[in-house]
Design a protein around this ligand. Structure first.
Ligand code: GLN
Length: 491
């Protein structure tokens, strides 16, 4: 393996800026690594070799011309296949978009290009970002580099596995109920969900619009912060984008890395530290919490009594929004069209296309959502879930009157064997027990590796108030300085 693939984004950017290595060399090293391992990992759905090398050459030319390069110029990045990429296939892990080449870049991708990062390709995901294992991808599962018989988390398993397999130093995910943080936790990498509205949804194929949040994935907290800074900030093309500057997450990560948390008060969520999590996960979490206390943080317990209703509320709100959002996949406008032989009605073609194009989990969600929104049931299901959402938000706001941030394990269990939870959807949904409340509230949350349980990574979750993303990075970087990063076994 080339050493270049082992470096952090900060290190790569430094070498490119100083001319010690070229962006083309860095890119080629990562493309070679993908070529060597991705048949075993399957992190990528599409590798854009030509596009990546062209982008790298452009960075090298700008450097040669003496242009000022941004902090991530020349750094390769892998992008979850939920974001549109101009002229580059975008499938959302679904057959229904097979072959679609979007005519435009999502805002996130546009900003990645403007920053001089090099897009390597598109990463595998559960179909339409619905799932926790990447096994619901229509293109076959991604495997966890820590143990290729185990899941890499989901829905953004490809983005996380690409990092852990050293195929990319940075990647982009999207988090609707945990799809950045849970894959980060089970692959021993860092995954941050920004404040809702802090990163643009323009060009993000919609699952649940009031929850969907694109965000950074990396192997270190500082790398994640640098990526967050590049992709974040107001976008007038997204109606829920927050018209405010990105909090200074990079300075916060640097401050946190000094390892001083004096004056910071953290709340362990009572409801998440009792039953629910595996003993090995709890042990690693508690050790890490103790490490934070040694850095000066005061740690107390805070009860959030409505968090236990987050999972059922989410599984009404997210499917309801998805049933509406996915109505646009009708066999007319994008991708797949089935049965259009000139004799069938439009309705028949739509029905055949959706029958063939959507997988079982997506169909399940569309049906649940359609039911929850139907007249006569709306108040009892969707309306009730929205009320629960308000109560969960109140739990957060009252907790943040007592503490600066909340902490918990990211997931109740470590990476599970492929195939072990696909038969029972509820078992799959439980993977997001600890991540979902934050999505319903809208605040930022991050998963940082905090140790191993039975040789598999455990994630530590830090949840902060809305727009306090910088505070979250400070605590995350402090934790990383205390417990270190995890190195996956070589594959
Ligand atoms: N696993 C959750 C779900 O299936 C979360 C997905 C996500 O965050 N995109 O809905």
């Amino acid at each position: 393996m080339s050493d270049l693939t082992r470096l952090s984004a900060v290190e790569i950017a430094g070498l490119v800026a100083s001319g010690e290595t070229s962006a083309v060399e860095v890119t080629q090293a990562h493309l070679d690594r993908i070529g060597a391992v991705d048949d075993r990992v399957h992190a990528f759905l599409h590798v854009d070799t030509e596009g990546a090398l062209a982008a790298a050459r452009a960075v090298d030319e700008r450097r040669a011309a003496g242009d000022e390069l941004g902090p991530l110029a020349g750094v390769p990045v892998a992008v979850k296949d939920v974001l549109t990429t101009k002229g580059v296939p975008t499938t959302v892990g679904s057959k229904i978009l097979e072959g679609w080449r979007p005519p435009y870049d999502s805002t996130i991708v546009e900003r990645l290009r403007a920053a001089g990062t090099v897009m390597l390709g598109k990463t595998n995901m559960d179909e339409f970002a619905m799932g926790s294992s990447t096994e619901y991808s229509a293109y076959g599962p991604t495997r966890n580099p820590w143990d290729t018989d185990r899941i890499p988390g989901g829905s953004g398993g490809g983005s996380a596995a690409a990092l852990a397999a050293y195929e990319a130093p940075l990647s982009i995910g999207s988090d609707t109920g945990g799809s950045i943080r849970q894959p980060g936790a089970v692959t021993g990498t860092v995954g941050a969900k920004p404040t809702y509205g802090g990163t643009s949804r323009y060009g993000l194929v919609a699952f649940s619009s009031s929850l969907d949040t694109p965000g950074p994935c990396a192997r270190t907290v500082l790398d994640a912060a640098l990526l967050h800074e590049v992709i974040g900030g107001h976008d007038p093309r997204d109606s829920t984008s927050i018209p405010a500057p990105v909090p200074d997450v990079v300075a916060a990560a640097r401050l946190g890395a000094t390892g001083d948390l004096t004056g910071v008060k953290l709340g362990m969520v009572t409801e998440f530290i009792g039953e629910g999590a595996e003993p090995g996960v709890m042990a690693a979490f508690r050790d890490a919490a103790e490490a934070l206390a040694k850095l000066g943080a005061e740690i107390v317990e805070v009860s959030c009594p409505h968090f236990k209703y987050a999972l059922p509320a989410y599984y009404l709100i997210a499917p309801s929004e998805c049933s509406s959002n996915l109505a646009r996949f009708d066999g007319v406008r994008f991708g797949l069209r089935v049965g259009d032989d000139g004799n069938r009605s439009l309705e028949e073609v739509m029905s055949l296309t959706r029958e063939a194009g959507f997988g079982p989990e997506v169909k399940r969600r569309i049906m649940i959502g359609t039911y929850a929104l139907s007249s006569g049931y709306y108040d009892a299901y969707y309306g009730q879930a929205q009320k629960v959402r308000t109560l969960i938000t109140r739990d957060f706001t009252s907790a943040f009157e007592q503490v600066d941030a909340l902490i918990s394990p990211t997931t109740p269990f470590v990476a599970f064997p492929l195939g072990s939870r696909t038969a029972d959807p509820y078992q799959m949904y439980l993977a997001d027990l600890f991540t979902i409340p934050t999505n319903l509230y809208g605040g930022p949350a991050i998963s940082v590796p905090c140790g191993l349980s039975d040789g598999l990574p455990v994630g530590f979750q830090i949840m902060a108030p809305t727009m306090a993303d910088d505070r979250m990075y400070r605590i995350a970087a402090a934790l990383e300085s205390a417990v270190g990063t995890l190195t996956p076994p070589t594959i």
